[in-house]
Design a binder for this molecule. Sequence first.
Ligand SMILES: [Zn+2]
Length: 93
Amino acid sequence: MPTPLLALRDASFPMADCAVCGKSVLTYVALDDDNESAERRICAHCDTPIAESLKWVSPGELEQAGYYFGPPPAEGEKGGCSSGCGSCSVKKS
Ligand SMILES: [Zn+2]
């Protein structure tokens, strides 16, 4: 059963500073190999374990950090408003 989008919008996401990526990154939980009750936070990009304190951010803050929340924009609609108004779209070369 898919998670309702409304519930996702109310969610918060764990971010932390990754030294390897050099920025705030989204993290996920991984279980320690030796102790299945031990959780580790891993960088979603480079799989580096992160010991930094987590920041729980809203979907809006996640988007400000450069993550898309929800479906990515369709190909060819980047930079424009997709309404075809012609004034705010990126000019094609
Ligand atoms: Zn990283």
